[in-house]
Design a protein around this ligand. Structure first.
Ligand code: NI
Length: 256
């Protein structure tokens, strides 16, 4: 049985309301050793910590997602700091920039992103970064800081951008997108990421890999992503699972 970590999941999503508890326990028995549940805003960061407290195999990240910056309370950094004290909070995330939908407030996104990067540095915690249609601004903000202890999640950039992300010292993780028919760009990026800098994630309930594309995703579907990476890199699936597990524990060092 393959054992692996889902480094980025959203089990607080309402799609899991009908069967969350049963599902989490079942997939854990099926090989998902650890799950890191992401924070996106105050309520969802609180839930991440609640699940981490409830399930031994679930860990939390806390943070404000760029699509959730509107209405962020003035004291949000204090609240994140408090949750980050929890021994099972392993990262600040997911944070970053997202210019995908019209009406976004780039200035506000950048301020909240940078404040959370500062917080992570202060707390010596790694960051989980989300960047969509905002590569230039994201990379400019990160480059100013030199080295970044973190992971670029759901990587959607070019091979060239992947090299720049690696040069900052970050890991890169891919979702089920790798298995899609139109994945050529993602596969080119995968090719430049060495196995010891790679992490696995579902971003569930979204991004279900083939053959489940469009359905509700859960962490057990990572096996389809592992198979694709193994095929592309010409290595055994067991090696992909083992190495990505090591990489994730090394980055999120509060795991275990
Ligand atoms: Ni996410």
């Amino acid at each position: 049985m393959l054992e692996y970590i889902d480094s980025h999941a959203h089990y607080d999503a309402e799609q899991f309301d009908p069967d969350r508890d049963e599902l989490l326990n079942r997939i854990h028995k099926g090989g998902v050793c650890y799950i890191v549940n992401m924070g996106c805003n105050m309520e969802r960061s609180r839930l991440s910590v609640e699940y981490a407290d409830k399930y031994p195999f679930v860990y939390a990240a806390v943070g404000v997602h760029p699509e959730d910056v509107d209405g962020t309370p003035d004291d949000y950094l204090d609240r994140l700091r408090k949750w980050a004290e929890n021994p099972k909070t392993v990262a600040i995330g997911e944070i970053g920039l997202d210019y995908h939908y019209e009406g976004y407030n780039a200035d506000l996104q950048k301020r909240i992103f940078e404040e959370q990067l500062d917080l992570a540095e202060e707390l010596h915690l790694p960051v989980v970064i989300h960047s969509r249609d905002a590569t230039e601004d994201t990379m400019n903000i990160l480059r100013k800081r030199g080295k970044i202890n973190g992971v670029m999640h759901c990587f959607s950039g070019s091979a060239e951008t992947a090299k720049q992300v690696l040069a900052l010292g970050m890991n890169i993780s891919f979702t089920g997108v790798l298995t899609f028919k139109n994945a050529r760009k993602a596969l080119e990026a995968l090719n430049v990421v060495p196995l010891d800098r790679l992490m696995l994630e579902t971003d569930c309930p979204y991004m279900a890999p083939e053959p489940n594309r469009g359905k509700r995703c859960d962490s057990s579907m990572i096996v389809n992503i592992i198979d694709k990476i193994a095929e592309e890199k010409g290595v055994a699936p067991e090696l992909v699972a083992k190495q990505t597990t090591e990489n994730t524990i090394k980055l999120f060092c509060k795991i275990k």
